[in-house]
Structure formats: C-alpha cells, structure tokens
Design a protein around this ligand. Structure first.
Ligand code: AWU
Length: 476
C-alpha cells in the first residue's frame, strides 16, 4: 500500500550488477524526495547487498521487491549477481534473467506501477510493460562518451556522419567480443534504447559529457537526459564499514596514499597482479589495494597470488584488502591522493565526486573509453599498455608518481576539484528535470491511450500537482 497518497509509482528493474543496482537505488532515493514511490526489483542476493544503503527514512518511499530467477545447478541463487560471479557464467546469468520474464510480468500485474524504468540488457521488459499499457523508459548506467562509440559502431550511420572523438586501441578491440557475443549484447542494448518511450536516461552530467550526450541523442533520435552522478552519500549507514582501513589512513599524510580498486566484477589476471604489485612497490607511495577473487576461487591464499616477499617489503605503507571495501568512504578520506581504477563508470563518478585524480588502468567493456575521457577532460592519466596489451610495472609506477606527487598532478587535482564542484551543483537540477520528464511522459501516455477519460486525467493531474508540490516542499 503506498505510504504517500497519490504518489507516482515507479517499478525499477536494473541489470543484476552492483555497478547498476547502486545507481538505480540512488535515483530512487532522489526521486523519493520528489514525492515518487519506487519499487526496485532484483534478485534476493542483489537486494541484500544494497540493503545497508537504504535508511529507514528512505524505505518509506523506496521498496525492495524480489524477482525470483530460476536457479540452475551452474547458477545457484547466490550467483544471481555479477558481484563475484565467475566470468565464464556471465552469459548464463543473462539467460537466467530472461527466464524471469513471466515472473516480471506477474509483478507488473500485481504492483500496477505508473511507469517502469529498466536497464540495458532486458529488451523484453518494455514489451511486458507496454502489453499492460505501462510506459517504460531505459536508464543507462554507463557514460555518454562510451555510449556514443558503441551506438556509432552498432548503428553504423550513413557515411560522412561525424565519428565520436573517443576510440579503442588495437589490442582492446579483441576484448570487445566479450560483450555477450553469445547473448547478443549489442542487440539487447539497441532494442532497450529503441523501445524506450520518449527519452533515454543516462548517468552523467553535462559539464563532463555535454558533447557526447548531444551526439548520442542525435544518433539514436531520442533525447538523452542526464540524471547526474548518483554517487552514494557517505552516510551513517557506511560509518562502521572498514573502520580499520580508515584508522590506517588516519595515520598517513594528506594526499599521500593511492587507493587501488577494480570494481565488483573484474578479477585481475596473474600477470596484471604481478605488474600492479611491483608498480605499487616501485612507486614508493602508500597504498590500499582491493584485491578480490571471484566466488569460485574462495580457497585462495592471497600471499600465493602476490610476488614473493611483497607483503613484507611494503609493510607499514601498503595494505592489500581481500574483502569488499567501503570505496566511497575511502575516496573521501583526506589521505587519499590518487585512485588507481579500472574506470568502471560508477568508480569514475565517485573519483570525480571526491575530487581524487584517476590513474586509469582500464580492463574491458566501456572502461577503455572511460579512461580516454578521464585523460581528455584532464582529471587523470592512463597507464598505457604495450601493443600486445600487457601492463608494465615501470609504467604503472611512473604514472602513479606523476599523478600523486608530481608537478603535473597539481593540474589534474585542480581540474578534478572544478569538476567535483560542478557535479554537485548540477546534480540536484538534473534530478528535478528527470522528475519532470517522468511526469510529462505519464501525461502524454494518458492523453494518447484509452486512459484519457476525464476522471483518469483529473487523477493524474492531482498526482502531478502533489509531486510538484512535494518537490517544492523538499526544496524549500
Ligand atoms: C556501469 C558498469 O559497471 C560495471 O561494474 P563494476 O563493478 O566493474 O564497476 P563500477 O561501475 O565502478 O561499480 C563498482 C561499484 O562498486 C563499489 N565497490 C566496488 C568494490 C569494492 O570493494 N567496494 C565498493 O564499494 C564502487 O564504489 C562502485 O560503486 C563495469 O565496470 C562497467 O565497466 C561499468 O561501466
């Protein structure tokens, strides 16, 4: 039962990844301040992983709804997330989500939301919504620069159409095939975009990617509406996470320490571990390194994966963290002066939000394009691999020192501080415009469909007045 009478009700349906369900949750929390009630549907394991980021106040207007995904021997329920998933099971997970289509349809019949917000890998979600006369809109959790490259590559516009000013290096192209070739990743994304009604929401902000937002809008023939960075606040819910790491950072000088992390679903190869370990050691800098392995590798002893004697040699200035680290909290610590990152999009947004320059070591998917953007906009530098795509410890150490303690690092820091300020200014305004887009979409739908009866339009107008009233009240 809605706790707010007359609120506009949204069902959100993110892909089964931590780097996706978090932005959807942050968007739901922001819309709750604008009088929307949101139901986030995902697998139990995913909802459980974000439950600590939902305060009791948020949970008045943000509800979790479990989507039962059929379990199979190779994909038991605790594998219904990309967080820690053995990489060879990623395609199985996409197919398992497809098998949840009937359960999703039932959810729609039960909840009867006013609108559905879905993600980039489930093109059947808007079909199910439309079959029940519910408008559906896609929310892309990656960046617009990466989106402009992929959309250009997949849509192949007429010759002479301007090419996006972002590119892959030769050795990175072969890793593109990973993008679900056997589950037609490109086709899924394209259909999700094509079936989105009216606009496409995208997790970015104009100061950072304005030219790419306009490029994608023109290319796909739909307006791309930036929703802002959606970075999770470092709030009371995270206060107790990783206290020992925070206390360790408290004992380090301001901006003296590198935070190294590679996201929730990428697991470094043996060679990458070796070169990054030696690079961190050679840099002479303090560091916190999140070195995680996928669930299938539970019995791993971390010292067996690191160079001989590495932990002893860096004792006191470096720490290797095997478990899930409070990334937002660490990045906001004054002792952190550089972020060695794979450039997953949420990590890039969080680096900017905390005004920490990025040492980019992209791995796959959109990350190389995000890394090009980081360097082009001037808030970080990329560790360039060899032509064969190998990392080199000397190059890792060189870029680390240049960004964290070098003269040119000051320019990067100034730029990321500027961006961070702009990001915070724009954030609230962008959520207001998203709220308006959602309401306009509803009005258009009611006017076009058989719901344009006097009574239904009157009810909708009351809801919208309430929402706008709610937004004003929240903002005063
Ligand atoms: C959109 C897509 O998300 C994917 O997710 P992935 O988890 O790899 O990376 P992030 O987007 O940085 O998302 C990772 C998220 O997990 C959080 N985190 C991670 C590790 C940890 O120990 N502690 C944490 O709090 C981190 O703060 C961030 O919010 C792909 O990369 C893809 O390239 C990217 O564009």
């Amino acid at each position: 039962m809605d706790t707010r009478k007359g609120s506009i009700r949204i069902l959100m349906f993110p892909w089964l990844a931590h780097g996706h369900i978090s932005p959807f949750l942050e968007l739901a929390k922001s819309l709750a301040k604008r009088n929307f009630v949101t139901y986030i549907c995902s697998s139990p394991v995913n909802l459980n992983s974000i439950s600590k980021n939902l305060s009791s106040k948020d949970s008045i207007s943000v509800k979790f709804v479990e989507l039962q995904i059929p379990a199979t021997p190779e994909l038991p329920p605790h594998y219904h997330t990309t967080n820690g998933l053995p990489p060879h099971l990623m395609s199985n997970l996409k197919r398992a989500l497809d098998m949840a289509r009937p359960a999703f349809s039932t959810l729609l019949q039960t909840l009867k939301p006013d609108l559905v917000l879905y993600d980039f890998l489930q093109p059947w979600a808007p079909e199910e919504a439309e079959s029940q006369n519910i408008p559906a809109m896609v929310f892309l959790c990656a960046g617009a620069a990466a989106g402009s490259f992929f959309m250009y590559d997949w849509l192949k516009p007429r010759s002479g159409y301007p090419f996006p000013a972002i590119y892959f290096r030769e050795h990175e192209l072969c890793r593109l095939v990973e993008f679900g070739s056997d589950t037609n990743g490109a086709g899924r994304v394209l259909n999700c975009v094509k079936r989105s009604c009216d606009v496409v929401l995208i997790k970015t902000f104009r100061e950072l990617e304005g030219q790419y937002i306009d490029f994608v809008s023109d290319l796909i023939g739909k307006r791309c509406v930036p929703v802002g960075p959606l970075v999770q606040e470092v709030g009371c819910d995270m206060e107790n996470e990783g206290n020992d790491i925070i206390e360790w950072l408290d004992r380090k000088d301001r901006r003296s320490t590198v935070f190294a992390s590679f996201g929730s679903e990428y697991f470094l190869s043996a060679n990458e571990i070796k070169e990054i370990a030696h690079g961190l050691e050679l840099s002479g800098l303090n560091f916190i390194w999140v070195l995680r392995f996928h669930r299938g590798d539970e019995k791993i002893k971390i010292e067996e994966k690191l160079p001989e004697g590495f932990l002893e040699r860096v004792e006191g200035r470096g720490r290797v963290v095997e478990e899930w680290a409070p990334q937002r909290r660490i990045l906001s610590h004054p002792s952190v002066g550089g972020f060695l990152s794979h450039c997953g999009w949420s990590s890039v947004m969080e680096g900017v939000y905390s005004a920490v320059p990025i040492i980019a070591v992209p791995m796959h998917l959109d990350q190389p394009l995000n890394a090009r953007l980081v360097a082009a906009v001037g808030f970080g530098e990329e560790v360039v691999r060899s032509r064969e795509g190998n990392l080199d410890r000397g190059e890792v150490a060189r870029v680390l020192k240049k960004v964290v303690v070098g003269k040119s690092g000051e320019g990067l820091r100034r730029r990321v501080e500027e961006l961070s300020e702009k990001m915070r200014e724009e954030g609230e305004k962008e959520i207001d415009s998203v709220a308006e887009e959602l309401m306009v979409t509803l009005v258009r739908r009611r006017e076009r469909s058989n719901l344009k009866s006097e009574n239904s339009m009157k009810k909708l107008n009351v809801m919208i007045t309430e929402n706008r009233g709610g937004m004003l009240a929240e903002n005063t």
